[in-house]
Design a binder for this molecule. Structure first.
Ligand SMILES: [Zn+2]
Ligand SMILES: [Zn+2]
Length: 407
């Protein structure tokens, strides 16, 4: 048997649709000489089973899904998944027979053709790098029950939407609220009598007070909160507020009125928190908001109470504090590496309240623990307000007045 006869025997059962044929032969002349014929009216394409001739129906299926989910987007990407042995097997076989070595397969063709339809008919933009939604065209062997089109009954559409990121600043006007979710210490988040079966130690968190407004507005799934540092539960965040980025996962509505979001959060949080300066940002911002650089600093207002009376000389010495070595405080040791960090104090202003009580305004580098700067934390922070006055002091009230990070 000659090679030609062998090929003929191999190909006699195969026929291709015009789209699959022109994928293999880019030159129209070569198509006429193809060893595999074009399908006639009664045949089905051996690779795509005429799927590519029914792309308008795949498009309609996508449209149905978009409407059903009420999903809004401007940019998209098409993904394909083929769980159909016949397509993969035949395509491989036919590429071998026709000596096709390109990598433009049926998946590429679907992605390209459907992308063009969505761009033309819906006015959306294809975006490979940063799509707002990913539209998955899934093709399997068995038909899908609720698919209304018999020609493409084995096709189904899945749409996933990438997160949105909103930056702002929050002020925490009361004590006793953590920044993010805090699982109940008794049940570890499972839900018990102590936490009223919420699984949460605190009813309100800064994140939750925002996410309970933002989720219904975006029809999103969950939020993730990225703060530029955090204050303790018993510390207020005043001044302009602390920068944060809130990430909304799987939002079906991406463009929301941020002014309205602000009004909702501020009016529904009973004076507990206030958010300002909201704007959309890219996902890169969530990392840069967390990294403290040399330009970043914080200003605190602290009340220090001493065991014994404080002299004017003590106040002079406190105002002279500049560089301290701070070993990881005992109270956070379980969640932070045990290290000694050198931290700079830019400025301390002291105001006397009474003989044993001072009001301190402290401007310092980020990452400095103020409560321990005052108490000395059993000599783990050196020098401290306690050590230089030789008078044990405790921080009895703390507020953050400013968190400065580079824009
Ligand atoms: Zn085909
Ligand atoms: Zn519990």
């Amino acid at each position: 048997m000659t090679e030609k006869e062998y090929n003929t025997r191999q190909t006699q059962n195969y026929a291709l649709c015009p789209k699959c044929l022109s994928r293999i032969y880019r030159n129209p002349k070569d198509r006429d000489n193809s060893i595999i014929p074009l399908i006639n009216n009664t045949q089905k394409c051996s690779i795509c089973n005429n799927l590519l001739l029914n792309e308008d129906k795949i498009f309609k299926l996508i449209l149905k899904k978009i409407k059903m989910l009420k999903i809004e987007f401007d940019t998209f990407l098409i993904a394909t998944q083929i769980n159909n042995q016949t397509i993969t097997k035949n395509q491989k076989e036919i590429y071998k027979i026709t000596n096709y070595h390109g990598n433009n397969d049926i998946k590429h063709q679907i992605r390209r053709d459907i992308s063009r339809l969505i761009e033309e008919k819906l006015g959306k933009t294809y975006d490979y790098k940063n799509p707002e939604v990913v539209i998955m065209v899934k093709i399997r062997k068995k038909p899908y029950k609720h698919n209304p089109y018999p020609e493409i009954s084995n096709v189904n559409i899945f749409i996933d939407s990438n997160p949105i990121f909103i930056e702002g600043k929050y002020r925490k006007l009361v004590r006793g609220i953590p920044q993010t979710k805090w699982p109940c210490t008794q049940c570890k988040g499972k839900g018990c009598e102590a936490c009223d079966y919420t699984g949460q130690q605190y009813k309100d968190t800064v994140e939750d007070l925002i996410s309970r407004e933002i989720l219904p507005m975006t029809n999103g799934n969950t939020t993730k909160f990225h703060g530029s540092g955090r204050e303790d539960i018993d510390v207020r965040m005043l001044g302009e507020g602390r920068p944060f980025v809130i990430e909304v996962k799987h939002p079906f509505k991406r463009k929301i009125d941020l002014k309205f979001l602000r009004v909702l959060v501020n009016s529904h949080s009973d004076g507990k928190i206030e958010i300002n300066d909201l704007k959309y940002v890219t996902k890169e911002r969530k990392a840069s908001i967390k990294n403290s650089s040399v330009e970043s600093y914080k200003i605190y207002s602290a009340i220090a109470e001493f065991e014994n009376g404080v002299t004017s000389k003590d106040i002079y010495n406190i105002e002279k504090l500049k560089t301290i070595d701070q070993r990881t405080p005992i109270r956070v040791e379980h969640r932070r590496a045990d290290l000694i960090r050198t931290r700079e104090i830019k400025n301390i202003e002291v105001e006397r309240i009474n003989s044993k009580k001072l009001h301190l305004i402290i401007k310092c580098q980020g990452g400095l623990y103020i409560k321990e700067l005052i108490s000395g934390d059993n000599n783990r922070t050196k020098p401290s307000v306690s050590s230089i006055t030789n008078n044990q002091a405790e921080c009895t009230q703390l507020d953050v007045l400013k968190v400065h990070i580079p824009e």
